[in-house]
Design a protein around this ligand. Structure first.
Ligand SMILES: Cc1cc2nc3c(=O)[nH]c(=O)nc-3n(C[C@H](O)[C@H](O)[C@H](O)COP(=O)(O)OP(=O)(O)OC[C@H]3O[C@@H](n4cnc5c(N)ncnc54)[C@H](O)[C@@H]3O)c2cc1C
Length: 252
């Protein structure tokens, strides 16, 4: 445990743009420990004058990918750490991290399903780790993902999500909603996630899907409340809040 949470110096071995505002960073770790899908790492930056800034980032990669982790970070215009990672960090740089952290918002194949995943924006990251883990071990747990993005070009992991669905045996279904603008031929949802939408997506999964909701605080709270009101057991609805809009970033 002590070793897991010690700070270590990771090396950036790849940087991949996901959307105009989101990049994925591959970090090679000297003391890699197998994480569970949904866990996160802390990243700590230290300025020459000793000032430190620390933020949490979910692991996007699956536990089966050994020796390294991938973090996917959205650039916030006035953000301290996300702008550094986007604008300054290059392949070959070193960065301080510790983890894996968190034992609540995790899914492992042996926990079974059916699985309901609901994401807003970068809230997809820990859920992607779950989908990648599910695919890596060949799990056929019935899974539905409802993913809210602003526009089609803001959909993180768009190609990979399509590929995962195409390669699955029909047990993985993905529903997109685009809240700000939709392309002309759009057949998905076109509004913020609401009770009606959740009812439609949840119904085929029966009364007790294992549910994981992640994204901005307001989205997470609204989705969790609606899910409980349509009859899901609160004990099965796990949430992770990434922070504003509206609230202090915290897990739980
Ligand atoms: C458990 C956990 C896991 C997380 N995983 C991820 C992840 O995988 N990818 C990711 O991109 N982020 C993730 N976050 C959010 C991340 O920790 C930072 O909060 C985020 O990157 C902003 O940090 P910053 O230093 O760039 O901005 P700050 O300097 O902290 O904030 C700048 C401005 O942005 C606002 N702000 C802060 N956080 C957010 C936010 N999340 N959304 C919108 N506005 C915000 C602040 O109120 C402030 O106005 C996670 C948070 C938690 C608690």
């Amino acid at each position: 445990m002590e070793r897991t949470l010690a700070w270590q110096i990771a090396t950036v071995t790849a940087i991949r743009p996901e959307t105009a505002r989101v990049k994925s960073f591959t970090l090679t770790l000297p003391n890699w420990v197998e994480q569970r899908a949904g866990q996160h790492y802390d990243v700590r930056l230290t300025a020459p004058d000793g000032y430190q800034a620390q933020r949490s980032y979910s692991v996007a990669s699956e536990p089966e990918r050994r020796g390294e982790i991938e973090l996917t970070v959205e650039r916030l215009e006035d953000g301290e750490v996300s702008t550094y990672m986007h604008d300054v960090l290059v392949v070959g740089d070193q960065i301080e991290v510790r983890g894996p952290i968190g034992g609540y918002f995790v899914w492992q194949a042996h926990l079974g399903g059916p699985l309901l995943l609901v994401a807003g924006g970068s809230g997809i990251v820990p859920l992607m780790a779950m989908l990648r883990h599910r695919a890596a071990i060949g799990s056929d747990v019935r899974t539905r993902l409802l993913f809210s993005s602003r526009t089609i070009s803001d959909v993180i992991y768009s190609d990979e999500l399509s590929r995962l669905t195409a390669e699955d045996n029909g047990k993985l279904e993905i529903f997109h909603t685009l809240t700000r603008a939709q392309p002309p031929s759009w057949s998905g949802y076109s509004r913020r996630i609401d009770r009606q939408m959740l009812t439609e997506v949840v119904a085929p999964l029966g009364p007790a899907p294992k549910t994981y909701v992640c994204g901005p605080t307001l989205l997470v709270e609204s989705v969790a409340n609606n899910l409980v009101q349509i009859g899901l057991d609160p004990a099965h609805v796990k949430t992770e809040r990434f922070g504003p809009t509206g609230g202090v970033p915290r897990g739980g």
